[in-house]
Design a protein around this ligand. Structure first.
Ligand SMILES: NC(=O)c1ccc[n+]([C@@H]2O[C@H](COP(=O)([O-])OP(=O)(O)OC[C@H]3O[C@@H](n4cnc5c(N)ncnc54)[C@H](O)[C@@H]3O)[C@@H](O)[C@H]2O)c1
Length: 370
């Protein structure tokens, strides 16, 4: 470790790569409690040309067309993995074995066996790992958890969750997202709603699901090729607590841009959240007289940590990249305090187990124990 510097190595410079780079570039401005300052040390991508462009665009000092060179560099302290899912395992395990901090995008890997190998490697080395389930970083979700814990909405009776977008319409060609090896709407976004459900209500022990493919062929280098993964998965889950949840993951949801929403139904009240209103939480309480009953809107403000780190004025709103900054701050803080980061590989593995159980349930048309 170089005094107060944390050298960042980023693998992949696409959508998430840019978000990770932005987070590490800005985290010290918003989290001045951190003593370590991240330095954008090296970026790796598929080839030299792409990596050089990423270096220039994102402000890294070095670039490489070979991710192994980045991971093996003893100067790199933290490896951010934002490559396609099927590559997470090799990259993460190599970094873990070299005692690096590993910040890996979700889902943990493309399948359960691979995810297990990642978990085992991280346990063996007692590594500090974090998986990019960034929607857990919204101050409104921390508030939802606090409300549930306080008993404000009474006994929890049910969970309704959905992650519906429309980014995989007919014209979108094959990519890692549609690969037989771990693609599909359930893996891509169903994993997010599961991460939220588990965060708020704990483990899910049984599932039953139905997976559907609606776009049967997609272009792959101008040739139409068959699609083998789901565009839409609906499922039910039984939480360990006994609560039942209904879920949907759909990436061809005509008209939906970012409908990541959940409702929690309690005996004395309910909570509603939608990412379309990221800075709001809706709370219904039976405490009010019948005449005044209705959902009330709570808007994020400095009293909802860490909103105040970004802005002293309430209602000015955080956005997606702020969630990534909060996520990276958590990882650095855990490193400084020698604590486990959450969700690490262990929690991400549990999510992956649930994803696999849902797929199996759809194939076998039965409830599956996770
Ligand atoms: N947390 C979130 O909200 C969120 C959102 C989108 C994607 N993701 C996850 O992030 C990961 C990447 O998704 P994306 O949307 O950024 O994809 P992307 O296609 O935009 O970016 C992937 C990057 O990885 C690079 N890459 C591919 N093979 C490589 C290799 N062998 N060596 C080095 N670089 C390589 C690509 O060139 C590209 O720059 C996936 O795991 C995905 O599930 C998470």
């Amino acid at each position: 470790m170089k005094k107060n510097r944390l050298n960042i190595g980023l693998i992949g410079s696409g959508f998430m790569g840019r978000a990770h780079a932005n987070a590490f570039r800005n985290v010290s401005s918003f989290f001045n409690n951190l003593s370590l300052k991240p330095l954008l040390h090296t970026v790796a991508d598929v080839n030299e040309k792409t990596a050089i462009k990423a270096k220039n665009d994102l402000g890294f000092i070095n670039s490489t067309g070979d991710w192994k060179e980045l991971v093996d560099n003893p100067d790199i302290d933290l490896v951010s993995i934002t490559s396609p899912n099927v590559l997470h395992e090799t990259m993460a395990i190599r970094a873990i074995n070299l005692n690096k901090i590993v910040y890996c995008e979700k889902p943990l890997s493309h399948d359960l066996k691979s995810a297990k190998r990642m978990l085992i490697a991280s346990k063996k080395k007692n590594s500090l790992t974090l998986v990019g389930y960034n929607f857990l970083r919204s101050p409104m979700i921390a508030l939802a958890k606090e409300i549930i814990k306080s008993g404000e909405i009474g006994e929890i009776w049910g969970f309704r969750g959905i992650h519906a977008e429309n980014y995989m319409g007919k014209k979108v060609p094959h990519s890692f997202r549609t690969s037989v090896d771990g693609g599909g709407a359930l893996n891509d976004i169903g994993s997010h709603i599961l991460s939220i459900a588990r965060y708020l209500l704990g483990p899910i022990v049984e599932v039953i699901g139905q997976q559907e493919t609606h776009i049967l062929k997609r272009k792959d280098n101008k040739i139409l090729k068959k699609v083998y993964i789901d565009d839409r998965t609906v499922f039910m889950g039984k939480f360990k607590s006994g609560v039942t949840g209904s879920f949907e993951a759909c990436w061809i949801s005509t008209g939906q841009k970012m409908n990541l929403s959940y409702e929690i139904i309690g005996s004395k009240g309910s909570i509603k959240f939608s990412y379309e209103r990221l800075n709001e939480l809706q709370l219904f309480s039976t405490k009010n007289s019948q005449k005044l009953q209705g959902f009330s809107k709570i808007e994020a403000g400095p009293e909802h940590y860490p909103y105040g780190n970004f802005c002293p004025a309430p209602g000015h709103q955080l956005g997606f990249n702020d969630l990534k900054i909060i996520e990276s701050a958590h990882l650095i803080e855990c490193y400084e305090k020698k604590q486990k980061a959450k969700p690490g590989f262990d929690e991400a593995y549990e999510i992956q187990k649930t994803l696999e159980a849902i797929k199996r349930s759809s194939r076998e048309r039965v409830w599956i124990t996770v």
